[in-house]
Design a protein around this ligand. Structure first.
Ligand SMILES: [Fe+2]
Ligand SMILES: [Fe+2]
Length: 301
């Protein structure tokens, strides 16, 4: 059962502010307590931050072409993401990521754009909450605590290195609970690697459908961008094919994958016989040493 982590060192945010002392047990319970005690400060719309300057380029990426086919869809997605609000410490986290870990920063923006597009397809403009865009933007915030050596590893991960990765959902969710209080971003950080109970950490309850959408958007964004352990990114069709196979084998949420594949039709359509804008987009990388992180066999406490 891997559902908690005992901190070996103080947990701080990017500005060095203490979030939890060494020895604190970070678990679903302590995350809920942190959220209940949080007093989030005033928040700034994404539109008023540097993040807004970077969204245009993300919207026009080839990996998003089949999802964002028209200017109208692009501007609606942009509007939802830009109206999302972040408290100052989390604006600073995004700035630190942009400066120190541009791959993670880009991943955050791509995940926010794809998540927002899928929610718009599923729920329409009235229910596309900017809070979900925040959840996608911040879902991997816990990765800041993973050593750069591990993030940039070109080979498969083992032992302690895999444990470092396995901890990021718990650490990220704890920070977001402290800085956002009760917010869907906390669950998205905690459960985006849950993979229908076959990922990490172990959770007693199935996450919400919106967290499943963040998880699929994150997986799609990771597949379609360069990583140290792959010779090249998947093309959009290849990434979608892989996620369809994951859904079929119970490793990804079928509804969220269906939305990814059929977003232009509101998520309606068969899982097989997928149609994309261009005929040949199914390329998969020649070399792929992605490690499926197995949750540690026992609690890290
Ligand atoms: Fe993650
Ligand atoms: Fe992610």
């Amino acid at each position: 059962m891997f559902d908690r982590v005992k901190l070996r060192r103080d947990l701080t945010d990017c500005g060095g502010r203490l979030l939890a002392r060494a020895g604190t047990v970070v678990s679903v319970e302590s995350i809920a307590e942190a959220a209940a005690q949080a007093r989030p400060g005033s928040a700034t719309p994404v539109a008023d931050t540097f993040i807004a300057d970077d969204i245009g380029e993300i919207l026009r990426e080839p990996a998003h072409r089949h999802l964002l086919r028209t200017e109208e869809v692009m501007s609606k997605v942009r509007e939802v993401v830009e109206s999302a609000t972040l408290p100052q410490p989390l604006v600073e986290e995004m700035a630190a990521a942009k400066l120190l870990d541009p791959v993670r920063y880009r991943h955050a923006l791509c995940s926010a754009v794809v998540t927002t597009r899928l929610i718009l397809a599923a729920a329409g403009t009235a229910r596309a909450s900017p809070q979900i865009a925040v959840a996608a933007l911040l879902h991997d915030i816990g990765m800041r605590h993973v050593p750069a050596r591990v993030v940039g590893a070109a080979d498969s991960l083992h032992g302690e290195d895999a444990v470092e990765i396995a901890q990021h959902p718990l650490l990220g969710a704890f920070q977001l609970a402290r800085q956002l209080g009760d917010h869907p971003a906390v669950e998205a950080a905690l459960a985006h690697h849950w993979r229908d109970g076959q990922g990490y950490p172990d959770l007693a309850e199935r996450p919400s459908p919106t967290t499943e959408v963040v998880a699929v958007a994150s997986a799609y964004s990771a597949l379609t961008h360069g990583r140290a352990y792959r010779s090249e990114p998947f093309e959009s069709r290849g990434a979608a094919d892989l996620l369809v196979a994951e859904a079929a084998s119970g490793h990804a949420d079928p509804f969220a994958v269906k939305l990814l594949v059929h977003a232009p039709r509101g998520g309606n359509g068969p899982m097989n016989g997928l149609r994309f804008a261009r005929a040949r987009q199914g390329m998969s990388p020649e070399v792929n040493r992605h490690t499926r992180i197995a949750p540690p066999a026992r609690r890290m406490v």
